[in-house]
Design a protein around this ligand. Structure first.
Ligand SMILES: CC(C)(COP(=O)(O)OP(=O)(O)OC[C@H]1O[C@@H](n2cnc3c(N)ncnc32)[C@H](O)[C@@H]1OP(=O)(O)O)[C@@H](O)C(=O)NCCC(=O)NCCS
Length: 186
């Protein structure tokens, strides 16, 4: 979890980081502005309550580069599965491996949870756009595969259904994805 290449550092966020998370989220989602059918996502205004709820229900990790927060990932545990609420990297810092570092923090947390609960397999889930280059294909590159939410459990089935209702746009399918890893010492 203490990933560090000398200039980058991953750390858990707290309430005092909400302004940073908010700023990164606003900047990251601008990426969707390049796709007309998804441009409304880039323009949507978020409220601090959303970020507070992420901290209350689970954890948010930040990547700092030269001590400045540049990326975040929020996740929480549901029925033995770590579900990613959101991941975002500031637009000026995308494509440099910061997203990969954030996913690594989540994978490590997921494996810790599995070991603590004596489970053989760590599981991480999320919902995303199936065909947007930096969504479905990017997660696939990091070991996620598309599955039906129903296969994971009732909460995930409902989450997948709500996600489609809220975020599917003409020509842009949503999908549910799962990462699984056998845990040594689980
Ligand atoms: C998804 C996101 C967090 C990835 O963060 P990142 O720091 O850019 O990720 P990385 O640098 O680790 O990996 C980017 C890789 O994606 C792939 N990719 C393909 N098309 C891409 C594109 N148009 N833009 C960016 N990456 C692309 C590349 O393989 C790239 O790797 P490379 O730089 O080695 O070639 C970032 O793009 C982001 O904040 N997007 C907007 C918010 C979002 O979509 N969140 C996910 C919601 S489900």
């Amino acid at each position: 979890m203490n990933s560090n290449d000398g200039q980058r550092h991953v750390r858990p966020a707290s309430e005092s980081d909400i302004d940073y998370i908010w700023a990164i989220d606003s900047s990251a989602t601008k990426k969707f502005g390049s796709i007309p059918a998804l441009a409304d996502l880039a323009a949507s205004e978020e409220s601090p309550e959303k970020f507070e709820s992420w901290l209350n229900q689970g954890r948010v990790y930040l990547v700092e580069e030269r001590d400045a927060p540049v990326g975040f990932v929020a996740a929480h545990e549901v029925n033995d599965v770590l579900h990613i609420n959101e991941i975002g990297v500031h637009e000026d810092h995308q494509g440099k491996g910061i997203g990969a570092l954030l996913l690594q923090a989540i994978f490590e947390w997921g494996q810790d949870i599995a070991r603590q609960n004596n489970r053989d397999v760590a599981r991480v889930s999320l919902t995303t756009y199936a065909d947007v280059a930096w969504n479905g294909p990017w997660y696939k590159k990091h070991g996620f595969r598309k599955v039906e939410g129903e296969l994971v459990g009732p909460w995930h089935a409902e989450e997948a259904k709500q996600d489609v209702q809220n975020l599917a746009r003409p020509g842009y399918r949503r999908c549910f994805m799962l990462w699984e890893k056998k845990v040594v010492g689980g």
